[in-house]
Design a protein around this ligand. Structure first.
Ligand SMILES: [Zn+2]
Length: 177
């Protein structure tokens, strides 16, 4: 499927009848709130969205968004890339009574005065919710962890490979004396 730009808004009443599906890109620069609290701009989002009517007759808007955040590792204070994938399932509502009736599988999403959903905005909301509480590198790639390791090395007994490689070298020195 050809990659398209994910529309800014979507009309669920119209889209659900045609069972619309999008597979596309949401440019990073759109996500101002996400980038504003990150150490660098996130990657362009790979998004898939589908709009339809389920077996219960409920209009839904579901999909997935994948990106990579640039945050600050809370151990070494250097930037760290954190992959993030969010899945969502919304159902448009117009008033509170509809929210009460909505099955748990769906999150309510408000329609604006034109009957449209702010698609970019709700995807960004989901990404914001997916931020790690304490971002950090893996042990293998964290500067702080490697520093810990070198401290450990100094304190540890001499590793085996630091013994003279060639036992005859010792004999040579003895001979020379
Ligand atoms: Zn780190």
């Amino acid at each position: 499927m050809q990659k398209v730009r994910i529309p800014v808004t979507l009309n669920p009443a119209r889209c659900s009848q045609r069972h619309l599906r999008y597979e596309g890109i949401l440019p990073s620069k759109v996500l101002k709130r996400v980038n504003g609290i990150s150490a660098g701009d996130c990657k362009d989002l790979d998004v898939s969205v589908e709009c339809g009517v389920d077996v219960q007759g409920i209009v839904y808007l579901s999909g997935k968004a994948v990106t990579e955040l640039t945050l600050i590792c809370q151990r070494c204070m250097e930037p760290v890339k954190i992959p993030v994938a969010v899945e969502f399932a919304f159902s448009p509502v117009t008033d509170d009574s509809q929210i009460d009736e909505l099955p748990d599988a769906y999150e309510p999403v408000e329609l604006d005065e034109n009957g449209e959903v702010q698609l970019h905005q709700i995807i960004e909301d989901e990404v914001l919710l997916a931020f790690p509480i304490v971002p950090g590198h893996d042990n293998d790639s964290c500067n702080m962890a490697s520093r810990d390791m070198s401290v450990g090395k100094i304190a540890a007994p001499k590793p085996a490979d630091e013994r003279p490689k060639n036992p005859f070298a010792v004999l040579d020195t003895l001979k020379r004396n």
